[in-house]
Design a protein around this ligand. Structure first.
Ligand SMILES: Nc1nc2c(ncn2[C@@H]2O[C@H](COP(=O)(O)OP(=O)(O)OP(=O)(O)O)[C@@H](O)[C@H]2O)c(=O)[nH]1
Length: 641
């Protein structure tokens, strides 16, 4: 094959041919003037097509070529890909040469931040927003506005972002662009003709959207001569490189030669690398005002590089941190126990590794009389819990039992002492003056046909209607205050089934309220089984006790003696079931004198016993724990998981 002449030695025409046009004109990291930077994010309700739109933009800007494009390029985690949801935010730098209007031909640097859409990860969305000047508000043209469309819009408006309204999936036959453009324009306060129409799937309208992003997004503003300040909006653990921290530079310059300081803790670190993602990491010397990129230090644990914190340089650093740092507090707790007790050390190591990548994950060891050694784990919400559990089982090959999830209660005793209860079995005994539980502000969006069904559901879950608005003649927004404990069970499933899947839900914590709560214990043969204790509202306690006792009666096999199952509040028994005695003679069917066959049967019976847990004298099969503790399968909290 003939080697082409080196561009510098070739004739001017040939040189043109060999120097790709884009490379020459693409501004390099650290040397990009803020005037040509556009930082934006895409916000939407779950499944409205953010990741697909991001893919299309990567292709159109040439960052990912046709060949290496794969669906949801930015969703890198296996679970993200399988479930089709985004868990961690991602940021990509894309050059875009405007193809229409005033600045046609000018190349800009777009930093796109793909955000997660689920309520559990709202904190990540709010951090990503801080790193941007504009938000593309994406709405499915066949579905219209949903609860998280609104929640995310309010977050974006709160962060002072320019909102670019876009209807997606206009290729669908069921799309109703006119209707939903009017709805969208109504909530933003723009003209329906300002709403862009795209199909992330076919790519239609995406080029026009990129031009519009350049036009509408304000350029970042910052002081280039000030000490560096950069906002951490994401932080991930990489097995080979340690913690990779994603930042948006607000002032000054972050250089790979700097030693840096985390302003919330004062911890300093050596900088090993800075760079940008495009779409794979590209090393750079510096990152200047308005730029979005990553930095790598020797840090091995994401908790030392917290989302929301400000990075500055150790020498001549900034003195004032950027606002808005908030520590994500776990909202839901559950016990996780290995089914095989020998796996406890593996579970401990696995949690340690997972925490490197998940700053919101909190855990501490706990022991249960029934389940043995395990951990009490704090999660941001139920989806977070499911994901952690799935990752533990899948990535570390563990079989786990999880106890029913519960929220954090604050208990004040009559003598004035305070207790924080994250595990029902630690509920204090004695004279209680007040119990407070967390409450949330829930927003439900639904076709107006289901108002009655939603009200009924919320009432049964101790909800308080705070307000109701019609978004259009047949869509309504309902606002409720609800105890978080009622939402973490099966509220969402019930809402979906009662509204044929049409309602959507978003919620945010709003504090605590005093409530009439009691602890219900389950006793087997008079012995309390800690794993089954639950804190429930007084009005639901009876139904809960009856349902769980009934369920355990069906799940626990008959033993050689009678086993009473009781549900009790303190010393007062509220429900009772009995498992009648049986003497199971495995040899009964084995008449005749074949001794080897008899021995085999006895051996088999012994094997079976190994999978039982002894609770007092009662043998409880693992399946009984799993089935009884599985979320939302109990009494008035029934529903599918
Ligand atoms: N017909 C059609 N389908 C689309 C379009 N955009 C996205 N989809 C489909 O809609 C589904 C959801 O798309 P995603 O891109 O995963 O949605 P998302 O908003 O990123 O979801 P999360 O990351 O979970 O918040 C996928 O099955 C896509 O193939 C579109 O323009 N037209």
């Amino acid at each position: 094959m003939r080697t082409p002449p080196h561009p510098s030695r070739a004739s001017p025409d040939v040189r043109k041919k060999f120097v790709p046009k884009t490379v020459a004109s693409v501004p390099q990291p650290g040397q990009t003037p803020p005037e040509i930077i556009r930082n934006f994010c895409i916000i939407a309700h779950i499944d409205h097509g953010k990741s697909t739109l991001a893919d299309r933009m990567l292709q159109l800007t040439g960052v990912v070529d046709e060949r290496s494009a794969r669906a949801q390029y930015l969703d890198r985690m296996d679970i993200e890909r399988e479930r089709g949801i985004t868990i961690k935010s991602q940021a990509v730098r894309m050059p875009w040469t405007v193809s229409e209007g005033d600045n046609t031909g000018t190349t800009y640097v777009l930093n796109m931040i793909d955000t997660p859409g689920h309520v559990d990860f709202t904190y990540e969305v709010s951090r990503s927003l801080e790193a941007c000047e504009a938000a593309v508000l994406l709405v499915d043209a066949a579905q219209g506005i949903e609860a998280q469309t609104l929640a995310n819009l309010y977050l974006a408006l709160g962060a002072d972002l320019q909102i670019i309204p876009v209807l997606n999936k206009i290729d669908l036959p069921s799309a109703q662009p006119e209707k939903y453009a009017a709805e969208l324009a109504g909530i933003i306060g723009c003209d329906p003709s300002d709403v862009l129409h795209v199909s992330a799937k076919t790519g239609m309208g995406v080029e026009a959207l990129l031009n519009e992003i350049v036009k509408q997004t304000p350029a970042p503003v910052g002081n280039a001569d000030a000490p560096p300040r950069a906002l951490i909006f994401d932080s991930v653990y990489d097995t080979y490189r340690g913690v990779v921290t994603y930042v948006r530079v607000v002032d000054g310059k972050l250089s790979h030669r700097d030693r840096i300081k985390m302003m919330s803790t004062g911890a300093t670190h050596e900088m090993l690398e800075v760079g940008v993602i495009s779409p794979e990491p590209v090393k750079a010397g510096d990152l200047g005002v308005g730029e979005v990129g990553y930095l790598i230090t020797g840090v091995k644990d994401v908790r030392q590089s917290r989302v929301g914190d400000t990075v500055t340089s150790q020498i001549h650093g900034a003195t004032e941190a950027l606002g808005g740092y908030k520590h994500p507090n776990p909202m839901v707790f559950a016990g996780l126990y290995p089914i095989d007790g020998d796996d406890y050390p593996t579970l401990r190591d696995a949690l340690e590794k997972l925490q490197l990548n998940d700053a919101a994950l909190a855990y501490e060891p706990e022991t249960s009389g029934a389940l043995g050694f395990g951990f009490r784990i704090g999660f941001l919400g139920l989806l977070h819990m499911e994901i952690v559990r799935e990752r533990l089982e899948r990535e570390f090959n563990l079989d786990l039992i999880s106890t029913a999830p519960n929220v954090v209660y604050h208990v004040t005793m009559e003598d004035g002492t305070e207790h924080e209860v994250t595990n029902p079995s630690e509920y204090p005994a004695g004279k209680i003056a007040e119990v407070r539980e967390p409450v949330v502000k829930a927003t439900i969006l639904s076709p107006s046909d289901y108002i009655g069904a939603i009200m009924e559901l919320c009432q049964s879950k101790r909800g308080q209607l705070e307000g109701m608005d019609y978004l259009s003649e047949d869509r309504v927004e309902m606002r409720y205050t609800l105890p978080l404990a009622e939402i973490v069970f099966d509220f969402f499933d019930q809402l979906k089934s009662r509204t044929k899947g049409y309602a959507s839900l978003d919620y945010e914590p709003t504090g605590e309220q005093p409530s009439d709560l009691v602890k219900v214990d389950i006793l087997l043969q008079g012995e309390p089984v800690d794993a089954f204790s639950a804190i429930v509202h007084k009005d639901h306690a009876y139904a809960y006790g009856v349902a769980l006792a009934g369920k355990l009666r069906d799940l626990i096999p008959r033993q050689q003696f009678e086993v009473p199952i009781q549900a009790a509040i303190g010393a007062r028994v509220i429900a009772r079931e009995t498992i009648r005695a049986i003497r199971k003679d495995v040899l009964a069917k084995c008449y005749g004198g074949d001794i080897t066959r008899k021995r085999k049967l006895l051996e088999k019976q012994k094997e079976g016993k190994k999978r039982m847990k002894m609770v007092g004298r009662v043998e409880v099969p693992q399946e009984a724990f799993i089935a009884a503790l599985s979320t939302g399968d109990t009494g008035d909290k029934s529903g599918k998981k």
